[in-house]
Write a protein that binds this ligand. Structure first.
Ligand SMILES: C[S@@+](CC[C@H](N)C(=O)[O-])C[C@H]1O[C@@H](n2cnc3c(N)ncnc32)[C@H](O)[C@@H]1O
Length: 237
């Protein structure tokens, strides 16, 4: 979640960036649009230069993406329709974290080796999951190979967020609900770290928005910065 205190003016986005709205999971579409729009509309430095796909093309390791089957099939169809090649390291593992099945098995089917250390990243996901499903992801990661890292963003309960950000957080929650992708889980940083520890993960560490601001957003002229309503946890196996 990124907040922008600018005046909101800027060139209009080309029409092609809107023609996919309404596809299966609006949240996923909006995230992809934001990344692209950010590169087009905002001056440098960019928070994210979205050239990851090109970089992955040369990666020898397996990189597997887990998403709900319907959303993932849609993404693959879009890549195909746009003529964008799928990097050879990238595998798709269709899976619903609320299904009660095993996402590790789904990753295995996609070529992931659970005996090798991995980075398991849940970016922008936990708010859409129940606490049981989140804890299951943590327990499952705790059972993976030593050297594995768990990284997850989480939405901060309003009372634990910076008071100046509470209105933005409430508005974002409302928009998600109206779009049919309501937030199911929020945590204080302490609760999220405790959940990780209780699930068998080691050294849970919260990366706050203040740390991210210091690291990536100093010296900008446009007041862009991360919102305290979303934070990051890292933990080790
Ligand atoms: C905000 S997007 C984040 C996408 C990506 N991780 C990123 O950082 O760009 C949330 C993603 O979570 C997925 N998602 C939501 N609920 C899910 C579930 N129960 N099982 C699997 N994926 C889910 C959505 O389909 C969507 O792709």
């Amino acid at each position: 979640m990124v907040k922008h205190r600018g005046d909101g003016t800027g060139p209009d986005l080309p029409a092609q960036y809107f023609d996919t709205i309404g596809a299966p999971d609006v949240t996923a579409v909006i995230t992809a649009l934001w990344r692209r729009a950010h590169m087009i509309l905002d001056g440098e430095p960019h928070v994210l230069d979205d050239d990851l796909g090109f970089w992955l093309a040369d990666m020898p390791e397996v990189l597997a993406e887990v998403d709900r089957p319907r959303t993932q099939h849609w993404k693959q169809a879009r890549l195909h329709a746009l003529g964008l090649p799928v990097p050879k390291a990238l595998r798709f593992a269709p899976f619903d974290f609320e299904s009660g099945g095993s996402w590790v098995a789904a990753l295995g089917d996609a070529g992931f080796d659970p005996a090798s250390p991995a980075v398991v990243a849940l970016a922008g996901l936990t708010q859409y999951l129940t606490q049981d499903a989140i804890q299951q992801t943590m327990r499952d990661v705790a059972g993976l190979a030593p050297g594995t890292t768990y990284v997850a963003t989480f939405i901060v309960s309003p009372e634990a967020a910076d008071p100046a950000d509470r209105e933005l957080i409430a508005l974002t929650a409302q928009i998600n609900k109206a779009r049919g992708t309501p937030w199911l889980s929020t945590f204080t940083p302490g609760q999220f770290a405790h959940l990780a520890q209780e699930s068998g993960l080691h050294n849970p560490t919260i990366i706050t928005s203040a740390t991210l601001t210091d690291r990536y957003f100093t010296g900008r002229g446009d007041a862009l910065g991360p919102c305290s309503g979303e934070q990051i946890l890292t933990a080790a196996v």
